[in-house]
Ligand binder design. Structure first.
Ligand SMILES: Nc1ncnc2c1ncn2[C@@H]1O[C@H](COP(=O)(O)OP(=O)(O)OP(=O)(O)O)[C@@H](O)[C@H]1O
Ligand SMILES: [Mg+2]
Length: 509
């Protein structure tokens, strides 16, 4: 007999409908074949499905079983087709009573004992089910939290094949999971450091507040032990909350890469990714034979922290140039082209030279001039030009360290100010594709950042004195816009421009 069950696969961040057809003719030698460009994990489903069906008390008929995954020209990856195949086999071998399977979508990886395991890529497929007007989705119980934010489709959490078998046979029904509203989801994971714990470093803190408010890139340069890594690790605590739309985008990326934990729901905090400098180009940008998102996409709408910036191989850093500009990375392979969003803000930290003390008042630098310039040149001019805010993080004075930090502002209260500034931006960019000042195009800068005559004069002076590139020119205005938003004022003044100009690099070697 022939049966047809629906499932889905992800291409990029979107789901594609897959029809799982199972044919079990009454004649033919016993065999189990899967066709439709299966990869190794799909191919191995044979063994999992066979064992799971047996261990759930049903039978695998000793006949010629053919499973077709249509459309045939789309490569199928991963173990999420286990469940639809098992259901298809049970239906085709007439072990399931005649039930209408056409309005349901099935997905999930099976264990040999028939239980369902946590499966990657569930959220995009539930959204697909909703889009294609399916009524029900059957998925692993441990993925329910992730799926339950999607309203308009019934989500059935399944813990094992036997339970699903009983449900489909009408013996014991599974209750659909209630829909969780986005606003009730709160993430209370504490942050590693609080801003109040960082002594001194007022200028660096101010720079990070501006960066958080406008989504700007930051480059921190300073002597060893001055607190660069600490500042960066405290940074997530002051970032604005993700909007619902942003959170869904980020969760989709985490879902397809298998980075979403069991029972984890939609991601609420902006992500903070800090890959080590030995990370490969594919690890950072994304790619592989079946292109997967890299760290820059996992940092989408969040922060990519590159500590010890000059230690990253140059070809790895150069690969950041295009995504930093476009906010999206497109990877082409023989198998096809996929695009992943990568709208991240970069936070980079570096020492000024190999020994770390160049320019320090307290300790002499032991490096030769050639060594210093070679070290600084490891990061190319075009990359530095893409960074809006450059700061020096000097060593903190001992008196500052001993001082009580009681009066220091806590991350929580800073976050509120940052959130305020971001809300102003969200309102401003209501009908555009931008979410923060840093994303503005040149045209948007002209539209939303009108400069007074005084500001224009200041900018003109800066262009001639500091030798600003065209890109930097607009970046200064964008940073000034953010400073204005933090003050909740409308007009950019020359003091805003002057502060923004302070964040330009002092020297680009
Ligand atoms: N401003 C500060 N206030 C409080 N503690 C600090 C400060 N700066 C540094 N520290 C302490 O010193 C430790 C080391 O600082 P951190 O790792 O941030 O230095 P760094 O600038 O990243 O150095 P490196 O260049 O060697 O990577 C921190 O974990 C913290 O305990
Ligand atoms: Mg460090």
């Amino acid at each position: 007999m022939l049966s047809k069950v629906f499932s889905g696969a992800t291409v990029g961040l979107n789901g594609v409908l897959i029809e799982v057809e199972v044919d079990i003719p009454s004649q033919g030698l016993p065999a189990f074949n899967i066709v439709g460009l299966p990869d190794k994990a799909v191919e191995e489903a044979k063994e999992r499905v066979r064992a799971a069906i047996k261990n759930s008390g049903a039978d695998i008929p000793p006949k010629r079983i053919t499973v077709n995954l249509a459309p045939a020209d789309l490569p199928k990856e991963g173990p999420s087709f286990d469940l639809p195949m098992a259901v298809g086999i049970l239906a085709a071998s007439e072990q399931l009573p005649q039930v209408d399977l056409t309005e349901s979508l099935f997905l999930g990886e099976l264990s040999l004992d028939g239980s369902l395991r946590h499966t990657a890529g569930v959220l995009p497929l539930v959204l697909l089910a909703k889009e294609k007007k399916f009524k029900k989705v059957y998925l692993p119980l441990v993925n329910t939290q992730e799926a339950s934010v999607v309203a308009g489709v019934e989500v059935y959490p399944v813990s094992n094949l036997l339970q699903l078998f009983k449900h489909l046979s009408g013996v014991e029904n599974i209750t659909p999971a209630p829909v969780t509203s986005f606003s009730t989801l709160i993430d209370q994971t504490p942050f590693e450091f609080d801003f109040a714990e960082i002594q001194g470093q007022e200028q660096a803190k101010r720079a990070l507040i501006i960066a958080a408010a406008g989504g700007h890139n930051v480059f921190m340069k300073g002597v060893p032990g001055s607190g660069k890594t600490m500042l960066a690790r405290a940074y997530p605590g002051i970032l604005p909350e993700l909007t619902e739309e942003e959170a869904m985008e980020v969760t989709k990326i985490y879902s397809i890469t298998g980075n979403l934990q069991e029972n984890q729901s939609v991601i609420r905090h902006r992500s903070f990714r800090s890959p080590h400098h030995t990370t490969s180009r594919i690890g950072l940008i994304g790619g592989g034979a079946h292109p997967m998102p890299g760290e820059i996409s996992l940092a989408h709408r969040g922060v990519l922290f590159l500590d010890e910036f000059p230690e990253f191989p140059r070809h790895v850093l150069e690969a950041l140039r295009q995504p930093m500009e476009d906010g999206v990375v497109t990877i082409s392979r023989a198998a096809g082209t996929v695009s992943y969003p990568a709208q991240f803000s970069l936070v980079a930290a570096a020492n000024p030279c190999p020994c770390g003390y160049y320019g320090s008042d307290n300790k002499p630098c032991k490096c030769l001039p050639g060594q210093i310039s070679r070290y600084q040149k490891r990061v190319s001019g075009p990359i530095l030009d893409r960074i809006d805010i450059h700061i020096n993080v000097p060593q903190v004075k001992v008196e500052k360290l001993i001082e009580s930090s009681r009066g220091a502002e806590k991350s929580e209260s800073i976050q509120k100010k940052v959130q305020n500034a971001r809300n102003i931006q969200l309102k401003r960019f209501n009908n555009t594709k931008f979410k923060s000042n840093s994303e503005m195009s040149t045209r948007a800068v002209k539209e939303f950042c009108s400069l007074s005559a005084g500001c224009e004069t200041l900018m003109r002076q800066a262009v001639s004195q500091v030798n600003l590139s065209a890109r930097s020119y607009y970046k200064v205005i964008k940073v000034a816009r953010t400073i204005t938003d933090l003050e909740e004022s409308q007009e950019i003044t020359s003091s805003h421009i002057a502060e923004a100009l302070q964040f330009r690099p002092k020297e680009i070697d």
